[in-house]
Write a protein that binds this ligand. Sequence first.
Ligand SMILES: Cc1ncc(COP(=O)(O)O)c(C=O)c1O
Length: 489
Amino acid sequence: MTPAPAPRSKKSEGSIAVLKAPRPRHAAPSADALARARGALEARIAERCPKSLALGERARKALPGGVSHDNRFVGGPSLYMQKARGARKYDVDGRSYIDYWVGHGALLLGHARREIVEAVHLAAQEVMHPGACHEREVLWAERVRALIPSAECVRFTASGSESTALAVRLARALTGRDLLVKFEGHFHGWLDHAVNAIDVPFETPWTRGVPEAVRALTRVLPANNLAFVEQALSSGDVAGVILEPTGAAGGAVPLAAGFLDGLRELCTRFGTKLIFDEVITGFRVAPGGVQDRFHVFPDITCLAKVLAGGMPGGAVCGPKESFAPMQFSGDGAKDRVRRVAQYGTFNASPVSAAAGNAMLRLVDGGAPCRAAEAFTTQLKRRLNALFKAEGLPFAAYGFSSVFHLFTAEPAAAELLRDGEIDAVQISADRLKKKGALDALLRRALLLEGVDLPPGRQAWISAAHGDEELEETVDAFTRALHALRELGCL
Ligand SMILES: Cc1ncc(COP(=O)(O)O)c(C=O)c1O
């Protein structure tokens, strides 16, 4: 039985009038209640979104699982989106949603930002793909160098997954060692080098098809324990330590103060390369990413998402020593055995470079990062007040403009609710766990015009404003009431 929230004195209730009414206790819903609620919500979605339903049927015949990205498999009707502007997107049935995916976090400026759309049009008209060097890639690299503190050299890729793959290859070439250290729950893309311990239970392989011999090249550690890292690195065979520098899943499992500094010191001491995966945090938590904000500088940085302004693209950057293995000597035979090689038809495509250049020009100075973060702070505060008022042991938390909703465990939610700093007291497997209500809440929110990703994180753009804030809080209120009426709160 879930404990009821602590009784409050009238004085401590502040101005939240709704607290004065007694609230029902929250008890964990039964499996039957959850299944009935799910059926009812899906029936409502099907009734309101017939065109999406028809597209879903066609998709299941042509696309495995009906999707092109596993995270878009929502187990139930998928909605098919037709257009998007600012913080909103519109489905094929003409319904509108406040969007908390914003291009899987890529669209820091929201959808269809004029300067980016114009840059893409112009580039596509001039040259879609010259199969040659071009000025936009040089400008793009110069902009990355100007914003990311540790970036002297930049090599473009076509995605974040490719960026972490190249970073690991560089670390191995630079050190002559094979092993990689990563942390529980941290995500570095879907390719073979990165698939260990992404999700709970961490010991269970995340995917089939990756040989054990490949998985054995990665040592997985819990984050926030420098003694474990020291022990792992002291064997002298670790090429690189890779991490999401605000914590697993965009900060869903936050890092302890001092952990990044400690990693920097240990990596320097043991000759191991420190790799920051700033695919989410780069150009988002500050124009120069986590390293700009916390002044801890990695040997290798992985970028994607905001970097390419909503088009496909990624990059690896760092001090020029980190790229020594990519320099050409001019002697083909020597290069064949000494160089780190990288190809990629779409690396620095002019259209991606154009979008990226427009994005980075607008991010310079940090106004969009600050606007998105200010919205997120308000959203967390308002949702936590709502959860309290409704007597629900849920929590909204997160760092900068990445946002997490936690419904899994009442005791843990209490720790998260009022102070994000307390989150480090909770283990990664508890924080990464999904709650039974997550999927239902997501469906109930869709019916109220809010689209939250089903994973452990959601993203905010600088286009989210006061109207979206009020509408989102109202939508949550109605969605929670719908779930209560359906007998699962
Ligand atoms: C931290 C992090 N690294 C790497 C990736 C992989 O990037 P991509 O999806 O562009 O391959 C992601 C994607 O969400 C990510 O969040």
